[in-house]
Design a protein around this ligand. Structure first.
Ligand code: DAH
Length: 365
């Protein structure tokens, strides 16, 4: 056996005995690295005579190839073994029974918002959002509620401390979802069909008011829109939401600065076992009217404030309390419980995480 063969046998023996990738890498560096033993031999080739090189050269090259091949083989084996260990650790027995039922549930407010998105998507409405920390201009001024307007006082606004900015830039917690109308008109441009569900804030608290609550805004802007479109849309929405065709609306003249004309929308209902059941004509025996939402044709000034020509574009808008919609449909009577985070309440009124509302499968899942 030549010296080179002896060296190869020694090196491949060590390589085969390497127990991990680090040890193998150390052997590679010791043999084939810049200062490695095999590299050192290769470097001597240059100083040999042509005759010597003819006999020694092939032997050194064979040594290098042999060591290289042994390294590659051992590396593949070690990596394969490491993968086996990892896979064994990740083994999942698919025949085991499913884990205990998932904890937690979908909050009724989230459920209702999902239901609204589903119902309105079917009518071609997209879901729009806006910031909860709003500026004065979007929350009030652009909606035709100038600084001296009495409607401002009615909103019990949470203002941020005054800063050096102008009054229009003063920040506040939005008091309604209506500023999303402004943002959508300005950023999207007509035609528009959106609903904007989200949190709103007012400094108010009792059994039917919480400082944070939820509204959904609706906005349609297009050519030739009139109140007939508004009424049909609300009727279609409420029938789908309450899952009954027996919904009678009463549109009552009202006033909102951002709509003209404005209408408050009442629905007929009756009391049954202490619960309000929506449905029927409010003037029928045993029935009454309940105010449900505000609506109207978008005020020309609001359309103009958003840079659109009110002679070309018209639209309707509406706003309704999501929490109230939830209470009416699912029979809760104290709004404050919505935000207490009491697990017993959530277990009772919550919805399964995997039961998504669909029009075809049943809207309340
Ligand atoms: N923004 C109103 C509020 O919070 C609700 C509302 C009424 C919204 C009429 C509308 C509307 O879009 O047309 O009390």
């Amino acid at each position: 056996m030549s010296d080179y063969q002896a060296m190869q046998a020694e090196l491949t023996g060590a390589i085969a005995a390497a127990t991990d990738l680090d040890a193998l890498e150390a052997l590679r560096v010791a043999a084939l690295g810049k200062a490695g033993s095999v590299t050192g031999l290769l470097k001597t080739l240059g100083s040999l005579t042509p005759e010597e090189r003819q006999t020694v050269g092939p032997q050194i090259h064979a040594l290098r190839e042999g060591v290289t091949a042994a390294l590659a083989e051992r590396k593949a084996a070690l990596e394969g073994a490491a993968l086996e260990v990892k896979l064994a650790g990740e083994r999942l027995d698919m025949t085991l029974p499913a884990a205990a039922a998932p904890r937690g549930s979908v909050h009724p407010v989230s459920q209702v918002m999902d239901e609204l998105a589903e119902i309105f998507a079917d009518m071609g409405f997209a879901v729009a959002t806006g910031p909860e920390i709003e500026d004065d201009w979007h929350n009030f001024t652009a909606l035709n509620i100038p600084e001296t307007h009495p409607a401002r006082a009615m909103h019990d606004t949470f203002y941020f401390p005054e800063s050096s900015e102008s009054a229009a830039q003063r920040m506040l917690l939005r008091t309604h979802t209506s500023p999303v109308q402004i943002r959508t008109m300005m950023s999207e441009g007509p035609p528009i069909r959106i609903i904007a569900p989200g949190r709103v804030y007012r400094s108010d608290s009792d059994a039917t008011h919480t400082p944070m609550f939820h509204q959904v805004e609706g906005l349609v802007i297009d050519r030739g829109i009139h109140m007939g479109h508004l009424k049909w849309t609300l009727e279609t929405f409420l029938k789908a939401y309450f899952e009954t065709d027996d919904i009678v609306l009463r549109l009552r003249p009202s006033y909102f600065p951002f709509t003209e004309p404005s209408a408050e929308v009442d629905v007929g209902y009756k009391h049954e076992k202490g619960r309000r059941i929506v449905g029927g004509h409010g003037d029928d025996a045993g029935h009454s009217w309940m105010e449900l939402l505000g609506s109207g044709m978008v005020n020309r000034r609001v359309i103009a404030n958003c840079g659109l020509d009110p002679d070309v574009w018209q639209g309707f808008a509406f706003g309704v309390g999501v929490d109230r919609l939830a209470m009416l449909k699912y029979g809760m009577d104290d709004l404050r419980a919505f935000f207490d985070g009491d697990l017993r309440w959530l277990a009772h009124y919550g919805f399964g995480a995997l039961s998504v509302p669909t029009l075809s499968g049943g809207i309340s899942a």
